[in-house]
Design a protein around this ligand. Structure first.
Ligand SMILES: [Zn+2]
Length: 367
């Protein structure tokens, strides 16, 4: 019954995705809808798993772990099929040059990114339940083996998420030395070294964007380099250099939250057996949210601080005009938030405007 519902969810997601990937829908809109569809697909499956547990028929933890992997596998297959349909359209309509395999890897990355932390948390929870409740002893040597395999799986997923290198389409060109020098000056202001500025192929990533990478590196797409003036580029660089400097604070908070989560899980383990059905799930969800929400809050704050640093260096105008130019390259609703971290263009420009009013003596872009 559970798996029938699970498969039907897949069919529904596939039908919806197939419809949105048809030729009448602009590719940009289809992509935005597919992002929401991914969370719908994951959410529906999560509900099915929750219902299975609350009904009082939770499968044996190793079987549940296997089920979770199959469940994630089905989600990947659903989106592989949908993106497979979108591929020829992206080639003809957006001039994408990637071969099909590389294209699917690129497009499925956000799907894997969304699934991996959930899988890691699920596997870790099942392992904790399996070992702390003593259930693993029922299976003798196999019990210990499956418990270690599950724990190792959770650990490897977590490590893979934190350590994986990003396969970036780096172009074999370098930026003007003055740009790197300016980025290094900004880094010195914040006490963070800036080692390299990479240029990414904007035609392959289909974006004009900038990223703060690990190891003191900043990446800009060639589309962004071509579209912005030097002053605007400096403002964008200042925003990214601020992100480099904020990373230590983010990692510290992440470490603290992880330790607190593990300590809390161990301390409350003796209570788990007395929890009603669904209690354990509610507890796990609360724990996951307790770890996730402070990180999200800090990263949103970081976005505002990064904008503020750029303004403190060059005034509000260069960043505002850079944001407006980039928004014109990728038209979207100015009142809608870009993603979970970035506020809408409208809100960001309004805040920058406030900076300008508060500090009338900031240097102007047009003297
Ligand atoms: Zn940012």
């Amino acid at each position: 019954m559970f798996w029938l519902g699970h498969l039907l969810t897949g069919v529904f997601v596939l039908a919806l995705g197939w419809r949105w990937a048809r030729s009448g829908v602009p590719v940009g809109r289809a992509m935005r809808r597919l992002r929401r569809l991914l969370w719908l697909s994951i959410g529906a499956k999560g509900l099915a798993w929750g219902a299975l547990y609350v009904q009082g028929a939770p499968p044996y933890p190793p079987l549940a772990a296997l089920g979770l992997l199959l469940s994630a596998g089905q989600t990947v297959l659903e989106f592989a099929a949908i993106f497979g349909r979108l591929y020829p359209r992206e080639r003809t309509e957006r001039g994408l040059t990637l071969p099909r395999c590389a294209y699917l890897l690129l497009r499925l990355r956000p799907v894997l990114d969304a699934l991996a932390p959930l899988l890691a948390v699920g596997l870790a929870g099942l392992t904790a339940h399996y070992t702390l409740s003593g259930l693993y002893r029922d299976w003798g040597g196999w019990g210990a083996l499956t418990a270690s395999a599950m724990g190792l799986g959770a650990l490897l997923l977590t490590l893979g998420l934190t350590l994986r290198p990003a396969p970036l389409p780096v172009r074999a060109v370098s930026v003007a030395p003055s740009l790197l020098a300016e980025a290094q000056r900004l880094g010195a202001e914040l006490g963070v070294p800036v080692r390299e500025i990479l240029v990414l192929d904007g035609a392959r990533t289909r974006t004009a964007n900038a990223f703060a990478l690990c190891g003191g590196r900043i990446a800009l797409t060639d589309t962004l380099l071509a579209a912005l003036t030097e002053r605007e580029l400096h403002a964008v660089l200042a925003h990214e250099v601020a992100h480099l400097a904020q990373r230590r604070r983010l990692i510290r908070l992440w470490g603290l939250l992880t330790l607190a989560g593990i300590a809390l899980a161990l301390a409350s383990a003796p209570l788990w057996e007395h929890l009603p059905h669904g209690g354990l799930i509610a507890w796990m969800v609360a724990l996951a949210l307790g770890m996730f929400l402070p990180l999200l809050r800090l990263r949103r704050l970081h976005e505002r601080e990064a904008d503020a640093f750029a303004v403190s260096q060059y005034g509000a105008e260069p960043l505002s005009s850079a944001l407006r130019t980039l928004a014109a390259l990728h038209p979207r609703d100015a009142h809608k938030a870009g993603d979970a971290l970035h506020p809408s263009l409208h809100e960001r420009l309004e805040r920058l405007q406030r900076f300008q009013k508060r500090a009338p003596d900031t240097p102007s872009a047009n003297p």
